[in-house]
Design a protein around this ligand. Structure first.
Ligand SMILES: Cc1cc2nc3c(=O)[nH]c(=O)nc-3n(C[C@H](O)[C@H](O)[C@H](O)COP(=O)(O)OP(=O)(O)OC[C@H]3O[C@@H](n4cnc5c(N)ncnc54)[C@H](O)[C@@H]3O)c2cc1C
Length: 577
């Protein structure tokens, strides 16, 4: 990749490319890699630099007037090369078939594309995320040559297996999109990334129907104008809406907003701990759920078992799609983590737990457990004292092909749910401005009663099902039955839905190809295009949609004009920076 920096370009530079992608997170870099592999000249504009720095991060500030957020938004969205993949947890999965369908009890549901349409793109997303086969239901156990030795939990609960993205360059961390791109060297060289280039305005013709250029700037530095045949916004669901809305110098209400839809239907995955269970009573539950390995030619893939509601039951009780899984936090004297820490110290490497802790979204939840981390001598003592657990762990690894069950300090049942698309849940612009003079995003994120109703029902069903098979019933969290249940739920830093996809411009901002309705040359990539959220973490879907968008741009937008101007060598209209 050719890495440039706006700060070192001359004032008022003019840059050009065949396709200009704004944002270098999973959405933007996947798109850039796919386009470059097809011989397209791509310029990626990235607001941040190579490292995360407070000044650039402050451009992510928001004004929050809605439901409580898990953390300030300059922390949970990353303005740096690679985007939020610099701090994400790597959990992957695909939407269920029902998620794509219109559902009478979910107003504004229904995607213009189906699960079958997405399936090939989800397969092509695998190398980007370094994940295994997209098998997320109970057929995974057969694939992994595993048997559920414990009595199964009966319908309406159905198994759901997430998998974990793994970096190719750093053990123990998920894929980072600034350095883990599985692109052939030649293709990667065709990508130019311009760092410290924050796009502040989209310039169109007088009636807003064709994009002409983008304006980019950096604090105290030069500005640049970028022209391209195709522009794609891949700045995350909050910034995609903010940028369209803020591009209102000539077009009142902003670009692509003729139907007053930009920023609306903001969703996330409201979630929380719904129950706890004493670690000493949770061994069997942790074994039933927990992690599984799938070894193949591409190496080891890790899957996490959980449960979800069957589609039939969602229909019958008019519930939202939601899922639950077990979160386990190691005790300070867990011998496996102690051994890992000792090894790292001996090798002079950073302790992975510390890295994960620094990066973790859940820092406030897990710090209580990691905070009491013992010294090197304490770690040796933990290993000796818990030698039987170490032997049992070795048996699990060798004979059961499962990771060891470590000594847990706490075990939680965590639930995530989809949301009802709500027109009033939205991103608008505040009067406050950031360092570059752009109005900051004002978030009015709303959680509806339907969400907590679905989560409560899942919690009850799980408790009943576990009791029926002789497992202890997890203790429900008091917030679930409290009048003020909203205080118990927060977002998961998965903003979704602010430029939703629909064939009808009165229903959505982008069409099924992610083209902004009524604005030629402008596309959107990322979770802002999702019409509904499902329960599953969004990034695998984001990557798959970017691959699909790249195919559309290459085959349906650029190829016909290349044929028409046959004889033109290289990317038409491209002027190198
Ligand atoms: C702690 C944490 C854990 C997470 N864990 C998971 C998980 O386990 N599984 C999962 O699926 N998802 C997870 N997510 C969410 C995941 O990180 C996002 O879904 C994903 O990063 C979205 O990709 P994106 O490319 O659309 O946006 P981003 O990754 O946010 O990238 C957007 C990029 O655009 C740039 N940008 C913004 N505005 C501008 C502008 N005006 N001009 C130029 N550039 C701009 C930003 O600097 C950034 O680099 C997690 C998020 C957090 C915070």
């Amino acid at each position: 990749m050719k890495i440039l920096d706006l700060r070192s370009l001359p004032a008022d530079s003019e840059l050009s490319a065949e396709v200009c992608v704004v944002g270098s997170g999973p959405a933007g870099m996947t798109l850039a890699a796919e386009l470059a592999s097809g011989g397209v000249d791509v310029l990626v504009l990235e607001s941040g630099g190579r490292d995360i720095d407070p000044q650039t991060s402050s451009l992510n500030e928001t004004e929050n007037v809605g439901a409580q957020r898990v953390a300030e938004h300059e922390r949970v969205r990353t303005r740096a090369f690679g985007g939020t993949s610099r701090i994400w947890s790597g959990r992957c999965g695909a939407l269920d078939e029902l998620d794509y369908e219109p559902r009478s009890w979910v107003p504004h549901s229904g995607w213009p594309i189906t699960a079958a349409d997405m399936s090939p793109y989800l397969d092509r997303a695998r190398p980007y995320l370094n994940i295994g086969p997209n098998v997320y239901d109970d057929s995974f156990l057969e694939l992994a040559n595993q048997r559920q030795t414990r009595p199964p939990l009966e319908p309406p609960l159905v198994p759901y297996f997430w998998q974990v993205s793994r970096s190719r360059t750093e053990a123990g961390l998920p894929t980072r999109f600034d350095r883990d791109l599985p692109t052939a060297a030649g293709a990667a060289d065709a990508i130019r990334v311009l760092l410290h280039a924050t796009v502040t305005h989209i310039n169109t013709d007088a009636d807003g129907s064709v994009v002409r250029s983008l304006e980019a700037s950096c604090a105290g530095g030069p500005t640049a104008t970028i022209t391209a045949r195709v522009f794609v916004l891949a700045t995350g669901a909050i910034e995609n809406a903010r940028l369209l809305l803020a591009s209102d110098r000539d077009i009142p209400g902003g670009v692509g907003n003729a139907n007053d839809l930009v920023g609306r239907y903001l969703m996330d995955h409201p979630g929380s701990v719904i129950a706890t269970i004493k670690p000493e009573a949770a061994w069997s539950l942790r074994d039933r759920f927990g992690r599984y390995w799938l070894d193949g030619p591409e190496g080891r893939h890790v899957y996490i078992a959980g449960i979800a509601l069957s589609p039939e039951f969602q229909r019958a009780e008019e519930l939202l799609n939601c899922s639950a899984f077990v979160e386990e936090y190691p005790a300070p004297d867990d011998p496996f983590h102690a051994a890992q820490r000792l090894l790292c110290r001996l090798r002079g490497q950073p302790v992975p737990e510390e890295e994960i802790e620094v990066a973790s979204f859940w820092r406030h939840e897990i710090s209580a457990f990691f905070g009491r981390r013992p010294s090197g001598l304490g770690d040796v003592k933990s290993i000796v004292r818990h030698l039987p657990s170490v032997i049992a762990g070795a048996y699990r690894i060798r004979r059961l092909h499962r990771p060891p069950l470590f000594r847990a300090g706490a075990v939680h049942v965590y639930c995530l749910t989809e949301q009802l698309p709500d027109r009033e849940s939205r991103v608008t612009l505040s009067d406050r401005r950031d360092d570059l003079g752009m109005r900051v995003a004002r978030l009015d994120w709303r959680i509806a009663e339907a969400e907590v109703r679905s989560v409560r029902r899942l919690g009850e069903l799980l408790g009943d099902a576990l009791e029926r098979v002789g497992e202890p019933r997890p203790v429900p969290q008091p917030w679930l039955s409290a009048e003020d249940w909203r205080a118990g739920m927060t977002d998961r830093a998965h903003p979704i839905g602010t430029t939703r996809m629909a064939d009808d411009p009165r229903e959505g901002v982008v069409d099924r190809n992610c083209a902004v309705h009524g604005v030629q040359g402008l596309y959107v990539a990322g979770s802002s295009t999702f019409p509904t959220s499902g329960h599953v973490n969004p990034t695998e879907m984001i990557v798959a949609l970017s691959i699909r968008l790249a195919d559309h741009i290459k085959n349906d937008v650029l190829a016909p004009t290349r044929v028409a101007t046959s004889g033109a060598a290289g990317p038409a209209g491209a002027v190198q920076a």
